[in-house]
Design a binder for this molecule. Structure first.
Ligand code: ZN
Ligand code: ZN
Length: 84
């Protein structure tokens, strides 16, 4: 499946250096409910931190690059990245 070249807000991975909440707690604990409010699953099958945005990214370019996050600002389909 190929994605379109469109800007998509991406977030840092939960538990990463950019996430202020720390690693995922035990899922059977009440702490997990609070933790889960700040995180969400992603198509890449990892939890992302909704409080740690990394800006708009292009999922199509990222897929073509082998999974590395490619910012929307350098996507060739982004009108703003074209020379005037
Ligand atoms: Zn977090
Ligand atoms: Zn793109």
């Amino acid at each position: 499946m190929t994605s379109d070249h469109t800007p998509e807000p991406w977030y840092w991975e939960a538990g990463s250096d950019h996430c202020p909440h720390g690693p995922e707690p035990d899922r059977n604990s009440t702490a997990w409910n609070t933790w889960a409010e700040h995180h969400s699953g992603s198509p890449q099958d990892v939890f992302i931190c909704l409080d740690a945005p990394m800006g708009d990214h292009c999922p199509a370019c990222s897929e073509e690059s082998g999974g590395d996050p490619i910012p929307w600002s350098i996507c060739p389909e982004n009108p703003a990245s074209q020379p005037a």
